[in-house]
Write a protein that binds this ligand. Structure first.
Ligand SMILES: [Zn+2]
Length: 324
């Protein structure tokens, strides 16, 4: 495994930023290249150039797709997104792997040629204050940019302070719990309500419950983290199961009402664990949905990351940009 990814070093990009994004300047344009995707088999390369091309978006696209090199390189219209400040190219996997480095470079070159013909890299000044003092190239919020030393200093300081402020907060667990319960009750009501209305159990609604509970737990507690995540996960699973229980209760009530009898709700609630166990598949489906939703709750309630501007990842993240 080489330290510098093939396509990136062929482009002359060498700096590695957060998330394994490799960045630098190519033909005067700020550029970055990043391997995105959860697994090797589902990965894609994202290439980004910054430019100053207000109003030239259509012209760039035309120049790109009129060039014979573009067609030869296999770029598709949907793989290119152009706005007034950035041009993004996605390179997707074929059947087994990403295309050959030659193909990748041909596509990037075609894009760069169109960009250079129509647009411009813009001034080499600090993005934040416009100062002309020698600006440093770095990745800010995932996008390559230029900042002057004093703006880097200031933003680094802001990030440190935000992290320290977050760290110093204590999670208000009781309030977080109450918020999570309210969101869980709403989510469970939607899950059960849709089941009553349509006789269908929907995964999406279990996930929705998880997202709502995770969001509410953090709102209430004032911060995320392991305890809030655990709480949100448990509340989500219970909420979804409660939604199923509401559906079963509704069905039982209808059934008894048809026979002129009334349901004993206290008994129903006391017996709810047994009722859920005897509902078998429905309970398993809802439990699985609830666990699925809990994953979303956990994602929502996680501790945020405070990534400093100048701490390139040393791991393999940048090293395996091009697999193989
Ligand atoms: Zn500045």
């Amino acid at each position: 495994m080489s330290a510098k990814p093939l396509a990136a070093s062929s482009l002359g990009l060498s700096q590695v930023g957060p998330g394994g994004v490799v960045y630098g300047v190519v033909d005067g344009f700020l550029a970055q290249i990043q391997l995105v995707g959860p697994r090797r088999k589902a990965q894609r390369l994202e290439v980004l150039f910054r430019h100053e091309g207000e109003g030239k978006e259509q012209e760039i696209r035309r120049a790109l797709f009129e060039a014979p090199e573009t067609k030869a390189s296999g770029i598709k219209a949907k793989d290119v997104v152009i706005d007034s400040k950035t041009v993004r190219l996605t390179i997707r996997q074929g059947f087994l792997d990403l295309p050959d480095e030659k193909v990748i470079l041909a596509r990037v070159r075609a894009l760069l040629a169109a960009l250079a013909a129509v647009s411009s890299p813009g001034p080499q000044t600090c993005r934040s204050c416009g100062s002309a003092s020698p600006a440093e190239v770095l990745v800010v919020k995932g996008v390559v940019d230029r900042l002057c030393p004093s703006c880097v200093e200031r933003i680094e300081d802001e990030i440190r302070r935000a992290a320290a402020e977050y760290e110093s907060r204590t999670a208000n667990l009781p309030v977080g719990f109450v918020y999570a319960l309210v969101a869980g009750a709403a989510g469970g009501a939607i899950y059960g309500g849709v089941m009553i209305a349509t006789n269908r159990m929907l995964w999406m609604l279990a996930i929705l419950t998880g997202v709502m509970v995770g969001y509410a737990a953090v709102k209430g507690a004032g911060k995320g983290g392991a305890v809030v995540q655990g709480m949100a996960a448990v509340v989500t699973v219970i909420s979804v199961l409660a939604g199923l229980l509401a559906f079963i209760g509704y069905a039982a009530e209808q059934h008894l009402a048809a026979q002129g009898k009334a349901i004993d709700w206290a008994l129903f609630l006391a017996r709810s664990p047994q009722i859920l166990i005897s509902a078998r598949e429905d309970s398993l489906f809802s439990l699985a949905g609830g666990i699925f939703g809990a994953v979303y709750a956990i994602k929502r309630a996680r501790h945020p990351e405070f990534v400093p501007l100048r701490s390139p990842e040393k791991s393999s993240a940048g090293g395996n940009l091009l697999p193989g």
